[in-house]
Design a protein around this ligand. Structure first.
Ligand code: ZN
Length: 376
């Protein structure tokens, strides 16, 4: 067991990279997809089931956990890993993004953000220093800098002003994080869709120095084409020997396109949230289990999938339990979706290591283009 945080870049194929992040709580194979455990649980999944899908690391949400059950309570109970029974690495976000998207009545100053809880209206403050303290109390292995992320589209002045504030907050985050061997602090690049602002942001972060770097401020409504345009240059501004994390992405084709452009880590609620709404991702694209076409269909979601939902249950059964609002519906569909997302990551890791990423990507798109199997 290594006692420090490190990243081994093992192979590249074009801009795509594969490697290993070492932490005292275990290794993370990259490219990595991190399931989201918002409130100290990946909804509808036991931690051992999440691990069985192939996940090496989970994401926890500072905003949600600070409000309920509070970071101080989780600390008293032995930290987030023990609290939620997940002993492998955890990355926590800084709370900044969700303050913007969920909280009511915000006030943004140089110092930080004050806001009202979406749960009970109580007043809270998040600053770079408080975010570092909360993430330390949670026991997070990878801590994210506190930043501000403006929604797109926004005008260039607003993006520049916000990015520069985030860079000042990044420096305060670095100072407040202190010396914590075995734990990592990641800086977050901002700058919207403006190439020169992205470059300025990356330079500011590199001057401070972080164990990893995130590309923030994407997947906020700009669309895939604009996101890929930005990813064509943004990862190249970041150090090659440190992990690069694209926050909040995405759909399977977003993930593949991001890895192709040099991203190592991603997270998204999509596979778990979709599992609860009946949306299923397979190698043949997306299907909706609530559609009547599945009512008499004895076939699995995906003949080739080895997840419990596909090995043990028919589309007809999954349709029935979804329509009946049975809890097992969320459990099985979430498991399948997470399994499929991890299978994409494993496929890309193997392909990059073998120098076959282009072929793998062509096959990925060709299968999706075929679409779901014909109804019976
Ligand atoms: Zn499956």
């Amino acid at each position: 067991m290594t006692e420090r945080f490190s990243f081994d870049l093992q192979a590249t194929d074009g801009k795509a990279r594969t490697g290993l992040i070492h932490t005292p709580r275990g290794a993370v194979r990259t490219p990595a997809f991190m399931p989201v455990g918002t409130a100290a649980t990946v909804k509808a999944m036991m931690p051992e089931s999440v691990r069985a899908t192939g996940a090496d690391i989970l994401l926890g949400n500072t905003y949600h956990l600070m409000l309920r059950p509070t970071a101080e309570r989780i600390d008293r109970l032995g930290g987030l890993h023990k609290f939620m029974n997940w002993d492998r690495p955890i990355l926590t976000d800084s709370g900044g993004f969700q303050v913007m998207s969920l909280a009511g009545l915000r006030k943004l100053t140089e110092k930080g953000v004050t806001f009202k809880s979406h749960i009970d209206g109580s007043k809270h403050e998040l600053t770079p220093e408080r975010s570092m303290e909360i993430q330390r109390l949670l026991g997070s292995d990878i801590v994210m800098c506190f930043d501000e992320c403006p929604a797109l589209p926004a005008d260039r002045d607003r993006i520049a002003e916000s990015m520069r504030l985030s860079m000042r907050w990044a420096e305060r985050s670095r100072d407040a994080f202190g010396d914590r061997p075995g734990h990592a602090l990641f800086g977050i690049m901002q700058g919207g869709l403006e190439q020169d602002l992205r470059e300025e942001s990356a330079a500011a972060l590199k001057a401070i120095g972080f164990e990893g770097y995130a590309v923030g401020g994407l997947a906020v409504g700009e669309g895939q084409a604009a996101m890929f345009d930005c990813l064509d240059y943004a990862p190249g501004f970041l150090p090659e020997d440190k992990p690069r994390y694209l926050m909040g992405v995405g759909k399977p084709d977003d993930i593949v396109g991001a890895v192709k452009r040099g991203i190592d880590m991603m997270d998204c609620v999509l596979p778990s949230r979709s599992g609860r709404t009946g949306q299923v991702f397979t190698r043949h694209g997306v299907l909706n289990i609530k559609n009547a076409r599945h009512m008499d269909d004895p076939r699995p979601l995906d003949e080739e999938c080895t997840c419990p939902a596909c090995r043990g249950y028919s589309r007809a059964y999954l349709h029935h339990v979804f329509r009946s609002q049975e809890i097992i519906s969320s459990m099985l569909l979430t498991w399948h979706n997470l399994h499929y997302f991890q299978e994409i990551m494993a496929g890309m890791r193997d392909a990059i290591a073998a120098g076959r990423f282009v072929e793998w990507e062509a096959d990925f798109h060709a299968r999706r283009a075929v679409g779901d199997i014909e109804p019976l």
